[in-house]
Design a protein around this ligand. Structure first.
Ligand code: PLP
Length: 629
């Protein structure tokens, strides 16, 4: 059952039941409450919700918010830290209304707030946040309208901070605050020298695009003092980047920022809040290392380390401990959603049997030269020359293709060479697997020999980071896990784009180029799940091939182990998608009606054919953009 590493990356939320179903255990401290995901899928089917579906388990969001706050509470207590913790959720990580609403709801007991980076996000946040104790942090470029919106929010009682990202923003904030008669809460984003490694870490370091240098921060102090508004300056913010895998980098940045914070207090600024930004990583591969797809610390260690770092500097300089804000997005929402899709088809390489292609000396001498060469490669394979044989096989296969293009060989001869090629590859793979550490050698062979399982989804729409930056997400079958999977596969989506595939997978103790899957059974769906997709994937997705938003289902698990469908959102219809790219679906139908009428006039179809055809077009335009059974 742990073939897919579920026990490592599942964070205790996901496991496999003895009947082979993947289960979710979403309620904190209630290990006995397990819900079968295939049962949830059955419920979706009964409700007519087609695949693919994004499944949200609401309790997980609830649990993650609690985990974060409880970890900080524990660290605060253990260390005797004298500030409090205030988390904010950065809306950009998942802006869906339902998600933000739930974060505001589940976060209320901890005064969990929101972070925004644009006017649209600010309006969305104000509409969802009910708790005036919670922080509302405004990052990003701010024009006059953005500032006015924030000032109105402040007047209504929101704890709305403007984080100055660019030097010239301050004068605009001061001007608008005066004009509207509102006292703003002001913070600055510091450009730290600390920098982290990884995909998403361009936000850190002295060359980062955002933030103020030490000299610019001092200018802010002087400017506010000139306006007699130094008491408005209460927050210092930095953001090192997302998915910070290495705790040492997190600690180094917290130390540096604490120095800046202490320096500001020594300048006579009251301060009060230190906002460490996002970056709390998700252990996507379960390795607990500083790999990009993992993290070498737990949430508890994160909290202890940052608080310890802050305390060590502030105690040394006799500065009161600030309230700590973090803007954890990924860690808050990643676990909460999983993408479920069905497999539509499988394609396999048809390599023949070695016996079928056996040629005796006489027959061999009659063959085309490249076929003879390939045959020689096959007969020479030993465990010591696998790489060489592999290179030769590829060389001759490509050469044969060239000869075919130039008309030197027949289609049948080319086919013979291709079959021989696959027999060679298969034999190399068999020999390689006898080696003590086969995965490091000729790893691409796994991919070349793998079956292709065609999944009913779009990588570009639902897993954009898998395509754009090769991010790894855990993928596995959601049922039949009491049967041994006998196939090695890669996954292709239905976009007919060669980038629409997944060919790197998480396995216990490392990565694999193929995924262990089961043979399809006649008349039975085979479902795969892509886990931990709640962060960033939904809003980055694009409309490649005009495949739109998937259906979304939210489930809440009860204390008695039952579950209810609390929300279902139908994905984009073909009509929705066409409107996004500026077609008018009504106009399309009118054009189709006229076209069909012309066909009737020309005698190509009868009026009743026209009726049936138009019915089909109308149903198509109303339908789901994915493959429907
Ligand atoms: N805060 C800011 C300013 C960000 O730019 C981001 C995203 O990179 C975040 C918070 C969220 O980071 P994460 O999802 O890693 O917690």
């Amino acid at each position: 059952a742990n073939l897919y590493g579920i026990r490592e990356w599942g964070a205790d939320y996901f496991d496999v039941a003895p009947n082979g179903d993947v289960t979710v255990r979403p309620i904190k401290n209630k290990r006995n409450i397990n819900v079968s995901i295939p049962e949830i899928i059955e419920g979706m089917r009964e409700r007519g919700l087609g695949m693919p579906v994004l499944l949200r388990i609401e309790n997980i969001l609830d649990s993650q918010i609690s985990r974060l706050h409880e970890a900080f509470a524990k660290a605060i207590k253990t260390l005797g830290y004298r500030g409090s913790y205030r988390g904010v959720f950065p809306i950009k990580v998942n802006q869906q209304q339902q998600v933000v609403e739930k974060i505001a709801q589940y976060g209320a007991r901890y005064h969990h707030g929101l972070e925004v980076g644009s006017k649209a996000e600010l309006l969305a946040a104000i509409s969802q946040l009910r708790d005036l104790e919670a922080c509302l942090v405004c990052n990003g470029y701010k024009d006059e309208e953005f500032i006015d919106l924030g000032l109105h929010a402040r007047r209504m009682g929101f704890k709305c901070f403007f984080v100055v990202e660019m030097p010239r923003e301050l004068s605009l904030i001061l001007e608008r605050a005066k004009a509207l008669g509102v006292k703003p809460l002001i913070g600055v984003r510091a450009k730290l020298a600390s920098k982290a490694g990884g995909h998403w870490t361009e936000s850190g370091g002295e060359r980062s695009t955002f933030g103020l240098t030490a000299a610019q921060i001092i200018d802010v102090v002087d400017e506010l003092r000139r306006h007699d508004m130094l008491d408005c300056f209460q927050l210092l913010h930095y953001h090192l980047g997302s998915q910070l895998s290495n705790i040492r980098e997190i600690r180094a940045a917290a130390l540096e920022a604490s120095r800046v914070y202490a320096g500001l207090v020594q300048e006579g600024v009251t301060m009060g809040y230190l906002d460490l930004g996002g970056g709390l990583a998700v252990d996507y591969d379960g390795s607990r290392t500083n790999f990009l797809s993992s993290r070498n610390y737990s949430i508890d260690e994160y909290c202890m380390d940052v608080l310890e770092a802050v305390m060590s500097i502030l105690d040394e300089t006799n500065v009161p401990h600030p309230n700590i804000i973090t803007e954890s997005g990924r860690a808050t929402v990643a676990y909460y959603s999983l993408l479920i899709f069905n497999i539509l088809d499988v394609s396999r390489i048809e390599y023949g049997d070695e016996h079928d292609i056996y040629l005796d000396k006489e027959a061999l001498s009659q063959e085309y030269e490249i076929i003879r060469n390939l045959y020689e490669v096959l007969t020479n394979i030993t465990i010591r020359n696998l790489q060489e044989c592999y290179n030769d096989a590829i060389y001759y296969r490509d050469e044969m293709r060239q000869h075919f293009l130039h008309g030197k060989v027949t289609l049948r001869q080319r086919t013979k060479a291709e079959r021989l090629f696959w027999v060679i590859i298969k034999r190399i793979a068999t020999e390689r697997n006898k080696m003590p550490n086969p995965h490091k050698n000729l790893a691409e062979i796994d991919n070349a020999l793998a079956d292709i399982y065609y999944g009913n989804f779009s990588v570009f729409q639902s897993l954009p980071d898998s395509w754009a930056i090769n991010q790894l997400f855990p993928i596995m079958p959601l049922h039949r896990l009491n049967e041994v999977p006998t196939r090695q596969a890669i996954i292709s989506d239905i976009t007919c784009d060669s980038d629409g595939r997944i060919d790197r997978f998480i396995a216990p103790h490392g990565m694999k180029n193929t995924l262990d899957l089961h043979d399809l059974k006649e008349g039975e769906e085979y479902y795969l799940g892509v886990f931990l997709v709640g962060a960033y994937q939904e809003t980055l997705g694009d409309l490649h091939n005009l495949l739109g938003d998937t259906n979304v289902v939210s489930v809440r698990v009860d204390e008695d182990g039952g579950f209810e469908f609390v929300r279902e959102i139908h994905g984009d219809s073909v009509s929705d998608i066409l409107s996004y790219v500026e077609y008018d679906p009504r106009r399309i139908m009118e054009d189709l009606r006229a076209l069909a009428e012309e066909s009737v006039r020309a005698g190509r179809i009868t009026p009743s054919d026209r009726y049936n055809i138009l019915q089909a077009f109308e149903a198509g335009i109303r339908g789901y953009t994915y493959f429907e059974r």
